[in-house]
Design a protein around this ligand. Structure first.
Ligand code: 5GP
Ligand code: ZN
Length: 113
């Protein structure tokens, strides 16, 4: 997908602050830091969103969550973490390459919901 901004980040054509990478996924800081450490966990293969993926593919993506989430919580001293995932424009999706928002939480009124 030549025009996909996350494919360009994965290819190294656009800079990002990567916090985790393996053969299947990459995690990098969201350009908008809803809270400190707000991270996007992204499969390296392009899918429009979760609705375009099989259960196996979704499972493979979510299997990476504990490692990346614990890394964020431990390194940042967060007390918890929200996962947010938007599918299609009506649901708030703005980048059409599947991603999970990992949002570290420090307090109930730290800027997110
Ligand atoms: P969505 O609204 O599709 O669930 O989330 C897309 C996210 O991608 C937004 O939170 C937005 O801040 C982030 N984003 C958009 N463009 C870039 C970019 O070029 N670099 C990074 N790191 N994040 C981006
Ligand atoms: Zn893409």
């Amino acid at each position: 997908m030549e025009t996909c901004i996350f494919c360009k980040i994965i290819a190294g054509e656009i800079p990002s602050t990567k916090v985790y990478e393996d053969d299947e996924v990459v995690a990098f800081l969201d350009i908008t830091q809803t809270t400190k450490g707000h991270t996007l966990l992204v499969p390296k293969k392009h899918y429009r969103n979760l609705l375009a993926m099989t259960g196996e593919e979704v499972g493979a993506l979510f299997s990476k969550v504990p490692q990346v989430a614990n890394q964020l919580v431990d390194n940042l001293g967060a007390k918890g973490l929200n996962i947010l995932q938007n599918n299609e424009e009506v649901a708030g999706q703005t980048v059409f390459h599947t991603h999970l928002h990992l949002i570290p939480r420090y307090a109930e009124n730290d800027g997110f919901i």
